[in-house]
Design a protein around this ligand. Sequence first.
Ligand SMILES: Nc1ncnc2c1ncn2[C@@H]1O[C@H](COP(=O)(O)OP(=O)(O)O)[C@@H](O)[C@H]1O
Ligand SMILES: [Mg+2]
Length: 330
Amino acid sequence: MDPAISARGLVKTYGTVTALDGVDLTVPKGTVLGLLGPNGAGKTTIVRVLSTLLKPDSGSAEVAGIDVLAHPRAVRRRIGLSGQYAAVDEYLTGYENLDMIGRLYHLGRKKSRERARELLAAFRLEDAGDRPSKTYSGGMRRRLDLAGALVADPPVLFLDEPTTGLDPRGRTDMWEVIQGLVAGGTTLLLTTQYLEEADLLADEIVVIDHGRIIAQGTSDQLKSQVGGERLELTVKDGARLAEARDLLEPRGVGKAVLDDRSRQLVMPVAGGAEVLTEALRLLDSASIGLDDVGLRRPTLDDVFLSLTGRATAQDEDADESAKVKEGARA
Ligand SMILES: Nc1ncnc2c1ncn2[C@@H]1O[C@H](COP(=O)(O)OP(=O)(O)O)[C@@H](O)[C@H]1O
Ligand SMILES: [Mg+2]
């Protein structure tokens, strides 16, 4: 079966900035690809190339079986796109926004109206449907924008950071909506900075940084790539951290990492509770006191950290929501 999206060797530079540095992607029909990466990784650039809004410097791509560069108009008829900053007309009601899009797609007057009502209901905007969308919350705008991308019932959908800047409630609402779409068989390429979101929604995850793919696989595959369980503990007296390491490292399956400031030791282990008991016994017999100890499975955060040497851009969130608000006002 032909994939719904495929791309080979995409390169895009802006002056001296290499936004895409040779990206290959394949998304089988009816699946969700999560494109995960920090701010500036190249996520939006990929979406813009695949949705025909931007020409790459080199490389090729097909969406719904059609060459993106050779037949952009035909591709546009088969895709839906919902961007990082919701593009709704503030002065129109939710209903009018959707009805207008239906007309632009030549659905005809009757069909456009039906579709608008149907989508408002599906996205829990029925009650707000006849108010100007400028009265909507950030989450409602995003849902309306997404509804707009679905008016023509496209088989392939691109969602660029659909939940960035939303509050936790807005985020879980959006996740439900997206899960509903996917259950209906839509092929989805979703970009996100949130590991949790990729974990929850994506069949396959591609991790991108500086315009390059640095890892890909299912969430489980990526997690097992960084190893199995870890033993994590915090000693009471930081001066004894190295001593704790010397005692425990022979029982681990890899090197222990120490953080003097937080008095913490993290070490890959195998064997679960037995290793934990053994570690406690060793430390106790050396009278090394603990503030905290536990076994932890790797999360996607660990994957990201081990691949890029830094955590995801969660601290840029405040920034992002400010931008979303600005975008909404503009
Ligand atoms: N129009 C543009 N002009 C110059 N640089 C750009 C432009 N668009 C994106 N870039 C740069 O390309 C890189 C990738 O950007 P982008 O695809 O928007 O990343 P992401 O969506 O992952 O945050 C960044 O370094 C960004 O600054
Ligand atoms: Mg982006």
